[in-house]
Design a protein around this ligand. Structure first.
Ligand code: FES
Length: 568
């Protein structure tokens, strides 16, 4: 047992380690039983995870019951709606700090409690690098809120209602009235946004108890499953079932199939790439297209569809979805239970075929993430066809370029801006280095005068990300980003751009000789000036591009849990 390196024996060091932990722990806590950390992202400033202390209490009961010792370990928490300049800037910091805390402390295994967008990815990245027995308990989505008789999808309906206000179709007072109805209960966003997506991907990867993802946060079954997860954590230690023992290329295949079938967030691409990098699993952007693009969309959830996570859970949840596409899954990819994921699909039941469609009646035939290449994105870009307007998937239009988010907001509604519905909006300076932190701004708002004319979608291209709750014909994650010398920096307003999703192409139709003559405009390069010190400096110097998961170069890989030195 790893914890025995701290607590075993009768020397002074063991005395010190035990004595300071004897506050509330009995003597037999140190008799060789596994010590299980509960990496807990509960925080008042992460409202989606605020209830996780109660979930942790259930995990604790399960750990004790199975003969382990549970230990609450508060870790870096990121509230997507609260953290500036963008939560993604801190994902790698959260992962690094959690990894180091787990390595530094006398623990044998860990239960990972996350929910809000970046928390599950950061926890999984940490667990992969420290490679201790680990499993995830997703905190679960909130219940469906209603406003004036209609359900509200958090995130998605904020974008929609906000556009309605800008188009003059919804009074601002009514918009503000909906604010108190949007967030009905504890839990994370109830659309198939990033938090729901990452909970489902954690399950598809095999890192949760099968059937757990999507259980609403207020549902008493979440606490029951948390209890079971505590028990299972003790078993994981006994079996030495670490992430490296069962997370492999097959696990990522299953996650990519799931991502497509649920119509999950494009952020899932970045997080899976980063996690694969931590594990040493070969995974490229092309794998998402190769494995996922032909997978049917089966889940009718916002932002691509109509329903919300409470409906998803009631309809059968992820296992019901995966059973429909079982033939596409890796039959051997394992889970924390020690059994392959596919073995857990036998009892899955599709209860509501309107929310989760049967394979024979999909919402879309081929709905996975499409990976684009071309002279605008030599290292790739992604688009989620399921959330796009079919008519815009093959489009040629003139660029309207914005050098930063601030530039976008300053000029979007300028009457002098030459833009119409055929234009291609280009936003740069939003990549990992350029912002920094790759914010969710790729779903640029449309100019108000076009909204007023009824335009609801346009082709938009950026080196940033998009909220998983957003929608539109939005090309994201352009790599290399403008701030890293990518050709996106050379685009000028008026340049023709060709988007051809069926051909997986994104092309700036400007002669190479002309492009070679251009240099990035001063306005763009000055926006990328890096701060001289602190985390942002470290981040900018070391962050990888989106096609590598935007991890830091020195955090890629597995470092294990061994600590050889002792200071007492
Ligand atoms: Fe936390 Fe959406 S803001 S999950």
């Amino acid at each position: 047992m790893r914890s025995a390196q701290w607590y075993g024996g009768s020397d002074r060091n063991a005395y010190v380690h035990r004595a300071w932990m004897r506050r509330g722990l009995p003597r037999h806590a140190f008799d060789g039983r596994p010590h299980i950390a509960i990496a807990n992202t509960a925080s008042d400033l992460t409202p989606c995870n605020r209830h996780l202390d109660e979930v942790a209490a259930s995990v604790k009961e399960g750990v004790w019951e199975a003969g382990g010792v549970p230990l609450n370990l508060p870790v870096v928490s990121l509230g997507e709606t609260q953290v500036r300049p963008t939560a993604m800037l801190w994902r790698n910091l959260a992962a690094m700090a959690t990894e180091e805390l787990l390595r530094a402390n006398p623990v044998d295994g860990v239960v990972l409690l996350g929910g809000c967008d970046k928390t599950i990815p950061a926890l999984l990245m940490a667990a992969a690098s420290v490679d201790l027995p680990a499993l995830v308990v997703p905190g679960g989505p909130m219940l469906t809120g209603h406003f004036r008789g209609a359900p509200l999808g958090c995130g998605t309906d904020v974008w929609r209602l906000g556009e309605e206000v800008r188009a003059g179709r919804l009074p601002r007072d009514t918009f503000l009235e909906s604010e108190s109805a949007m967030i009905r209960s504890r839990g994370h966003c109830n659309t198939m946004g990033t938090a729901s997506t990452m909970a489902c991907l954690a399950e598809a990867l095999g890192t949760t108890i099968p059937g757990l993802a999507g259980t609403p946060a207020p549902d008493s079954r979440l606490l029951e499953q948390a209890h079971q997860s505590g028990r299972l954590a003790v078993e994981l230690v006994a079996a030495d079932r670490r992430p490296s023992t069962f997370l492999n290329a097959g696990s990522f295949r299953n996650a990519i199939v799931a991502l497509a079938a649920i119509g999950g967030s494009t952020n899932g691409v970045v997080h899976l790439l980063a996690l694969a990098g931590r594990l040493g699993v070969e995974l490229s952007l092309e794998d998402f297209d190769r494995i996922g693009s032909g997978v049917p969309l089966l889940v009718d959830l916002q932002p691509a569809g109509r329903h919300l996570m409470e409906d998803f859970h009631r309809a059968g949840g992820l296992l019901a979805v995966l059973r429909e596409v079982a033939d596409l899954l890796d039959p051997e990819a394992g889970t924390v239970t020690g059994r392959p994921l596919v073995e857990h699909l036998d009892g899955a039941e599709l209860v509501d075929p309107e929310v989760i469609r049967p394979r024979a009646r999909p919402l879309q035939e081929a709905a996975g993430i499409a990976v684009l290449r071309g002279n605008l994105c030599p290292d790739g870009a992604v688009i989620k066809p399921a959330a796009a307007s079919p008519a815009l998937l093959s489009h040629r239009g003139r660029a309207v370029v914005f050098d930063s988010v601030e530039d976008l907001h300053a000029r979007l509604d300028d009457p002098a801006l030459e833009v119409d519905e055929t234009s291609v909006m280009v936003l740069r300076g939003c990549g990992p280095k350029g912002y920094p932190g790759m914010p969710e701004v790729g779903n640029m708002p449309l100019p108000a005068r076009l909204l007023e004319r009824g335009v609801r979608d346009m082709v938009r291209i950026s080196d940033g990300r998009m909220s998983g709750t957003a929608y539109g014909t939005v090309v994201l994650h352009v790599a290399p980003e403008a701030a890293a010398g990518g050709p996106l920096a050379l685009v000028r307003t008026g340049d023709p751009i060709v988007l051809d999703v069926p051909a997986r192409a994104l092309h700036l139709d400007v002669p190479p000789a002309e492009l070679a003559r251009r240099t990035p405009p001063e306005a763009a390069t000055s926006a990328y000036a890096a701060p001289p010190s602190g985390w942002q400096r470290l981040y900018i110097d070391h962050v990888l591009q989106a096609d590598r998961g935007a991890d830091l170069d020195f955090l890629v890989g597995r470092r294990g849990s061994e600590v050889t030195r002792e200071s007492h």
